[in-house]
Design a protein around this ligand. Structure first.
Ligand SMILES: [Zn+2]
Length: 448
C-alpha cells in the first residue's frame, strides 16, 4: 500500500520493534541475513564463487557472525579491475542486468569510476532506511528539507527520497551556486539542509557576507553533513551550529554501497548503523584483527541484503572507532564514534600516526582562530617537520606569538607531536566549497 498520509510526528521511532530490539536479536537477525546473502553471492556471482572456492570457504560453513572473518576481503581495486574485465558492472554482480534499475558511481577522483548497481528492491530498501535515519535525527513531516547534493550518478543524490518518504517537503536543489542555494532556502523556508561540513561553513560565511544572518533570516534548524571527517568532530559541529543556530548531524555513506549507511540520532554522540543492511567490522589495517572498543581501525563492510551486487568484506580505507555503550535515544543499533580520516590521509610524522582531523579539532576549539587550517609536512636533514597553518580571527597581529604557542601546546598534548605553527591573517587559506584539501606532504616531492 503506498503511503498516502504522513506518520504522526510524535512517534519516536520509524520502526520501533526493529530499532529497539536486544543486541542478541540484532545478532540473530544479522546471522540469518548473512547466511542467505552469502549463499546468493555464491550462487549468482561468478567472482564470489571463484573467490570463495579459492579461499576454501562456503556459505554453509557460516554458523556465527565471527565466521565472516574466514572470507576474503575485496577492495576498490578489485571492483575496478573486475568492472574493466567484465563490463559494464563487473562479475561481482549477482542478478541479470534486466533486474538492475539504478546505478550510482564514484567520482573517479582516484581512478576509473566504479558503478554500484541496484535492483528495484535494493533501491526501495535503501530509501526506507534513509527515512528511518532521518527520523532518528528528528526530521519530521512538517519539515522543509533542502537537498543540496550532486544528483549526477552520486549516491548522495537519491537520499532526498528518504526525506520525501517520511513526509517532509523535499526540495531537490542539487548543487547550485551558493547565492542561489541561499535564495532557494529563503524562498521556501527550508528547515533542514544537507551538505558537506566544509560547505555548511562556507555557505554560512557567504550568507553573512551578503548581509544575511543565518540564525535570524533563515529558518534552517537541522544540518545533515557527510563526506568529510569534520562532521565527526564535535568542535567542528559546534562551530557550524553556532554559525547557523542549528543542530548538525553527521552521516556516513559510500558510493560503492549506499548513501547514508549510518547517521546520528538526536543524542548526537556517534552514528547508528543500519545493521539490518550492513555487517560492520573495524579491523587493525596491518593484522586484520578486530580492534577494541574506542580504538581506531579500518572500517570493513559487508552488505546483508543488496542483491544486485553483494559487497562481502569491502575494505573502505576509512579509519573509524566505535562505542558499545547503550545510546540514550533507546536505539540499540551499533554506533561508530566517527570517521577520523582515510587510511591514505594518515600522516606518519616521526613515527607517530596523525590525521588532519586531530588538528581540526584543536583549530575549531580556539575561538581566537577562524578554524581554517592546513598541514604542511617537509623533511629537513632527514627529519619530518610538521607546520600547521591557522588563521587568527582578528585583524590585529599582536597576539600571534601567544596564539601559536597555545596551539602548539594543545597539539603536543593531544598527539604527542611538536609542530611549527604559523598564524595567518583571516581569509588567507583557500576556502573549500566541497571536499577540503588540507594536507601538503612535500616529503615525496609530490604535493598530496
Ligand atoms: Zn541514539
Amino acid at each position: 500500500m503506498p503511503i498516502t498520509h504522513s506518520p504522526a510526528s510524535d512517534r519516536k521511532y520509524w520502526d520501533e520493534a526493529l530499532e529497539t530490539q536486544s543486541r542478541a536479536d540484532w545478532d540473530a537477525l544479522k546471522l540469518r541475513l548473512l547466511q542467505a546473502h552469502l549463499a546468493h553471492a555464491y550462487a549468482h556471482s561468478p567472482y564470489y564463487r571463484a573467490s570463495f572456492d579459492a579461499a576454501g570457504v562456503h556459505p554453509e560453513q557460516v554458523r556465527s557472525l565471527a565466521d565472516i572473518r574466514r572470507f576474503p576481503f575485496i577492495d576498490k581495486k578489485i571492483l575496478r579491475d573486475r568492472q574493466i574485465a567484465v563490463p559494464p558492472f563487473g562479475d561481482l554482480v549477482a542478478v541479470p542486468e534486466r533486474d538492475i534499475v539504478y546505478i550510482s558511481a564514484s567520482s573517479g577522483s582516484t581512478g576509473v569510476p566504479t558503478a554500484s548497481p541496484f535492483t528495484a528492491g535494493d533501491f526501495a530498501d535503501w530509501i526506507d532506511y534513509e527515512a528511518r535515519q532521518f527520523w532518528s535525527s528528528g526530521l519530521r513531516p512538517e519539515d522543509r528539507y533542502c537537498h543540496s547534493l550532486n544528483f549526477s550518478l552520486f549516491v548522495g543524490g537519491p537520499c532526498v527520497l528518504g526525506a520525501q518518504k517520511l513526509g517532509a517537503l523535499s526540495i531537490h536543489a542539487g548543487t547550485v551556486p551558493s547565492e542561489r542555494l541561499l535564495a532557494i532556502a529563503g524562498q521556501f523556508g527550508a528547515t533542514a539542509i544537507w551538505t558537506t561540513p566544509s560547505y555548511a561553513w562556507y555557505l554560512g560565511e557567504t550568507a553573512i557576507k551578503e548581509g544575511i544572518d543565518p540564525k535570524k533570516d533563515l529558518s534552517i534548524r537541522r544540518i545533515f553533513v557527510a563526506g568529510e571527517p569534520g562532521g565527526s568532530i564535535p568542535e567542528t559541529r559546534q562551530r557550524i551550529e553556532a554559525l547557523w543556530g542549528a543542530s548538525v548531524y553527521d552521516y556516513y555513506g559510500l558510493s560503492d554501497i549506499f548513501g547514508a549507511c549510518a547517521g546520528m540520532c538526536e543524542e548526537k554522540h556517534g552514528l547508528h548503523w543500519a545493521e539490518d543492511h550492513i555487517l560492520v567490522e573495524v579491523l587493525d589495517p596491518e593484522s586484520g584483527e578486530p580492534v577494541a572498543e574506542g580504538e581506531r581501525g579500518e572500517l570493513v563492510l559487508t552488505t546483508l541484503k543488496k542483491s544486485a551486487r553483494p559487497m562481502i568484506r569491502f575494505r573502505t580505507g576509512d579509519i573509524v572507532s566505535f562505542t558499545g555503550e547503550p545510546c540514550a535515544c533507546g536505539r540499540t543499533a551499533q554506533r561508530m564514534l566517527g570517521t577520523h580520516g582515510r587510511l591514505d590521509d594518515m600522516l606518519i610524522i616521526k613515527g607517530v600516526n596523525i590525521f588532519p582531523s586531530d588538528v581540526e579539532a584543536i583549530a575549531r576549539k580556539d575561538r581566537e582562530l577562524t578554524g581554517e587550517y592546513r598541514l604542511v609536512v617537509e623533511r629537513e636533514n632527514h627529519l619530518d617537520i610538521l607546520t600547521v597553518e591557522v588563521e587568527r580571527a582578528a585583524a590585529d597581529a599582536s597576539q600571534d606569538a601567544a596564539l601559536a604557542e597555545r596551539f602548539a601546546g594543545h597539539l603536543k598534548s593531544v598527539t604527542g607531536i611538536s609542530a611549527r605553527v604559523t598564524i595567518l591573517p583571516p581569509d588567507a587559506l583557500p576556502r573549500a566549497t566541497h571536499k577540503a584539501k588540507r594536507v601538503e606532504d612535500r616529503r615525496s616531492g609530490v604535493w598530496g
